[in-house]
Design a protein. Structure first.
Length: 289
């Protein structure tokens, strides 16, 4: 790759890392305000004599008491409403609601649960932000190559597939013959993802900016790429081009990634925060014959 002449070119800069952390902090603050407002609304509705039926008929109260029970909303999806009520009643003593110290304890527990939920929400946000940045670059690259991309989205307006020329790019799919989810796949439109002969490219996208998790993300991605390559070789087929994109790339992993670029194992790699690298990778990914 022209934009990568040495391992250090791949390393995430301090400025990019700082900008990433600031962006995440701003989003986390905004989300935390929403949690606080929901708890504040519930506190205004607390009263002596409140019943489980009262709680489960009000969204704010239900959320508050589920949180105060140190249960996640997702965990309760596995139970009927009667079972949910039983779970809450096992943990919450409604006869003590008039006790200010007990209310403070419940609220503290609710905030702890909200914090855990916020962590999960932020992980989703990081992944979604990375994919949007990547798909925006892909769409721009397709247009730059003279094609009109056709986008498919889900109910959350997240791009799930892109079509152009003879190709289709899909995201977060698990082909049966590989049996592992792949972040993005480019295959011929005339074939399905279960037909390996139509594959042109496969890649892994890791959007986190935290250097503490960077190496582990690379190991996970490398394992996934190894599996793809092995499956194709076992079928006596030429493996598709392998791609790696990440927001956090540290020195040790940059050296390994660079060696795989030099050997041809990786078709392309890019730091998500480096426009030149991302543009070159996208051109290789979308400008195929």
């Amino acid at each position: 790759m022209i934009s990568i002449s040495k391992p250090s070119d791949l390393v995430t800069t301090k400025d990019a890392r700082l900008a990433g952390f600031v962006s995440q902090s701003e989003e986390k603050i905004a989300k935390s305000r929403a949690y606080k407002l929901a708890i504040d609304r519930a506190l205004l509705k607390l009263r002596p004599g409140i019943t489980l039926d009262d709680i489960f008929s009000d969204g704010d109260l239900k959320s508050y008491f589920v949180g105060a029970s140190c249960l996640s909303a997702k965990s309760l999806m596995h139970f009927s409403e009667i079972e949910q009520k039983n779970l809450v009643s096992e943990v919450i003593d409604l006869s003590r609601i008039s006790d200010s110290k007990y209310r403070d304890e419940l609220t503290s527990r609710c905030y702890l649960t909200a914090g855990d939920s916020l962590g999960g929400s932020m992980r989703n946000y990081v992944g979604q932000s990375a994919q949007k940045k990547f798909t925006d670059a892909v769409v721009a690259g397709i247009k730059a190559n003279g094609f009109s991309p056709l986008l498919e989205t889900n109910s959350s307006e997240k791009i799930t597939a892109i079509e152009w020329a003879s190709y289709r790019m899909i995201f977060d799919k698990k082909p049966k013959f590989i049996n592992k989810s792949i972040d993005f796949i480019v295959h011929l439109k005339s074939t399905t993802i279960e037909d390996p002969s139509g594959y042109r490219s496969c890649g892994e996208l890791k959007g986190g900016i935290d250097p503490a998790g960077a190496d582990e993300h690379w190991k996970t991605a490398k394992s996934a790429l190894d599996r793809i390559r092995t499956v194709f070789i076992d079928k006596d087929l030429t493996p598709p081009g392998l791609y790696f994109v990440a927001g956090a790339i540290e020195t040790s992993m940059a050296e390994e990634i660079y060696s795989h670029l030099q050997s041809g194992y990786l078709t392309a790699a890019a730091n998500l925060n480096n426009k030149s690298q991302l543009s070159e990778l996208v051109n290789l990914l979308t400008g195929m014959d």
